[in-house]
Design a protein around this ligand. Structure first.
Ligand SMILES: [Zn+2]
Length: 360
């Protein structure tokens, strides 16, 4: 649903640790993961099945919330129940820090503004994505998909709009009080949170680093068990995987004690995981380059080989589309490095290995 799970990959699974005794009732499961930092596990309608949002005690009766969960009633009820069990008044949640705009992270933000009315912090590139998503038809995606070789017949127009795909999960606010800037330090009560812009998974994805406790809230940027989806969509950007790799290198320079991800358990060695994610994409890119050495191909054709398992069994259209978009991201990474060329043949983009077996 969010594009967070890689095609054929594993899901985030259930939290690895037992919930706190005070959080095992009717609300979301909760767990204190650092002094004044409480993790809430909210339900999602599809894989990954849980998102972790975080409440941060800012002192003086004020709390900051990192991400919201989806807008569905089950998630809203779990969040409200958790606040009640924790003894936190909704009005005390005075800040909403958004890592990015996806439904599981920002889908309930309109309800947050309506019910709690706190300050919303979001990167401007994410606000652009929201504006596009709210108004987009299916045409851009059809044109983009055809250009990359998907066999969509002319005249075919029953593709769903983005808002139909995200159904009731995405009810975002566009009433943003604070547009995030890379490197700025948010002073929220006694907390000092540095904004770390980490484009890649989305163009305006941000992490937040507690400068005193060295706790890093990473959204989907640095997940312990799943590889965040990075794809090229109709409106770009053209080379998000280069951005994603640069963002991993950026995060690896930070001084961090604990990583708080949106899916999966909290973990400690952020540099190790960042290196693993970069290595994963380097291997995938190399596999796709090898496919192209046998001859020029569209992203769709390359995806069939590189993500064979997605296309082998019953084809889930969303998963197949995500696999193609992720393939484009790898091919554009290679193109940015000069390892492949791209040319348009009868309105369809073909990639060709530079120096490959067919190179003339
Ligand atoms: Zn996401």
């Amino acid at each position: 649903m969010t594009g967070d799970a890689p095609p054929g990959g594993t899901n985030a699974g259930t939290p690895g640790s037992a919930p706190a005794a005070d959080g095992s009732g009717g609300g979301a499961k909760t767990r204190q993961v650092a002094p004044g930092v409480i993790e809430l596990f909210l339900p999602l309608p599809s894989k990954p099945t849980i998102i972790n949002v975080y409440l941060i005690d800012c002192g003086g009766g004020e709390w900051a919330l990192v991400d919201t969960g989806v807008a569905l009633p089950a998630s809203r009820a779990a969040f409200a129940g958790a606040l009640q069990e924790l003894g936190i008044e909704p009005a005390a949640v005075t800040h909403l820090l958004a890592t990015h705009h996806h439904p599981d992270h920002f889908g309930a933000s309109r309800a947050y503004r309506a019910e709690i009315g706190g300050t919303v912090y979001l990167h401007p590139a994410e606000l652009e994505r929201i504006a596009y998503t709210l108004s987009a038809g299916s045409e851009d995606m059809l044109v983009h998909s055809r250009r990359h070789g998907l066999p969509i017949p002319a005249g075919h127009a029953d593709a769903p709009k983005p808002m139909q795909i995200w159904a009731g999960t995405f009810q975002p606010t566009t009433d943003i009080q604070h547009l995030l800037r890379d490197g700025e330090v948010l002073e929220l009560g006694r907390r000092r949170l540095q904004v770390v812009w980490t484009p890649g998974h989305t163009p305006g994805h941000c992490c937040f680093l507690d400068l005193d406790d060295r706790v890093l809230f990473v959204g989907d940027h640095l997940l312990p068990r799943i590889t965040p989806h990075v794809g090229v969509y109709a409106t770009g950007p053209e080379n998000p995987l280069a951005d994603f790799i640069a963002s991993q290198e950026k995060v690896a320079t930070l001084d961090v004690r604990l990583v708080c991800p949106a899916h999966g358990a909290v973990f400690e060695d952020h540099r190790h995981r960042a290196r693993q994610l970069v290595a994963h994409h380097e291997v995938r890119a190399r596999e796709m380059w090898d496919v192209l050495r046998a001859g020029p191909a569209t992203a769709f054709a390359v995806a069939h080989k590189a993500f064979r398992w997605v296309f082998e069994n019953e084809v889930d259209r969303f998963q197949a589309g995500a696999a193609v978009m992720e393939t484009i991201a790898h091919l554009e990474l290679l193109r940015g490095r000069g390892a492949v060329r791209r040319e348009e043949v009868d309105g369809v983009l073909e990639y060709r290995a530079v120096g490959g077996a067919d190179a003339g």
